[in-house]
Design a binder for this molecule. Sequence first.
Ligand SMILES: Nc1ncnc2c1ncn2[C@@H]1O[C@H](COP(=O)(O)OP(=O)(O)O)[C@@H](O)[C@H]1O
Ligand SMILES: [Mg+2]
Length: 318
Amino acid sequence: MKKMTLALLSGGVSSEREVSLNSGNQVFQALDKEKYEVLRYDPKYDLGRLVADARNIDVALIILHGSYGEDGTVQGLLELLNIPYQGSGVLGSAAAMNKIVSKKLYEKEGLLVPLYQVYHNSEVIDPKACCDTIGLPLVVKPAEGGSSIGMSIVWDEKDINVALTHAFSHDRTIVVEKYIKGIELTGAVIGNDNPKPFPLIEIIPGENYTFFDYTAKYTPGATQEICPARIDDNLSEKARQYAVKAHQTLCCKGYSRTDMILNPEGDIYVLETNTIPGMTPTSLFPQAAEAGGYSFSQLLDKLIELGIHEHRRGREHK
Ligand SMILES: Nc1ncnc2c1ncn2[C@@H]1O[C@H](COP(=O)(O)OP(=O)(O)O)[C@@H](O)[C@H]1O
Ligand SMILES: [Mg+2]
């Protein structure tokens, strides 16, 4: 069988560049070299070369996180170049990247989201009113971000200004939302329009971390990740279906991973959906996929297959 020429994109220009480079290296190692001729591109430097090579590329694997990677822009470029790629298209990527747009769509679908308020950097914000509207503790985050960058938890009104300034240094628009105390869960799904949920993962950041922040995410051993999550079967099924609904309502394709929190009353709050989740063999999505019967290389094969299928379907209707 003739090998497919695969463009592996990693690096990029977002604040998650290092995470992407790491995932890209691990994906490169895991790809079956009998099946794929792998060409590597770092969009920070190599977009011109990618465009020049486009005719000879059969499929792309986008292992980029955050702005100019996970937000629909690279997906748009690949659409123009007629190159199939894994995961969500322009619309799903952009919708999921923006935490305000995604909250509005989740709410329409009947998914529960923490009470929230949106602020733009052009506004004068009254810190007391901000805390009173949402109630303490609260979480401040950039509208478009990832890896918990720019995010803070505020326990005391005196700390709100620092948190707002920090979030605004990463985005013009930010979200202030109610802090939900409970069990943190993440739901991975695979498939285009009717995705299948994998077993849920329960996330327990170590004692030194107040939440699943950047260091808790990327320091080996800092966080316990338990798959399947040790929660009641009915709640687990409900959370898995929430992940499926979140994927569908945001128009995601291929795969996605939705972060949620289960409170002691049994309510499941949806935080966000990741369209290009971390992709080292020990990252959350590959762990869930493994519990669902896919090795890391099989997972990559499946994502490529789903991407090619979605590309063909899209072209039939244009
Ligand atoms: N409303 C909330 N209540 C409690 N913890 C939260 C809340 N929002 C975010 N967090 C914590 O911050 C982490 C990152 O938030 P998330 O919305 O998933 O953004 P990111 O895109 O940075 O992963 C979550 O995994 C969780 O630990
Ligand atoms: Mg998250």
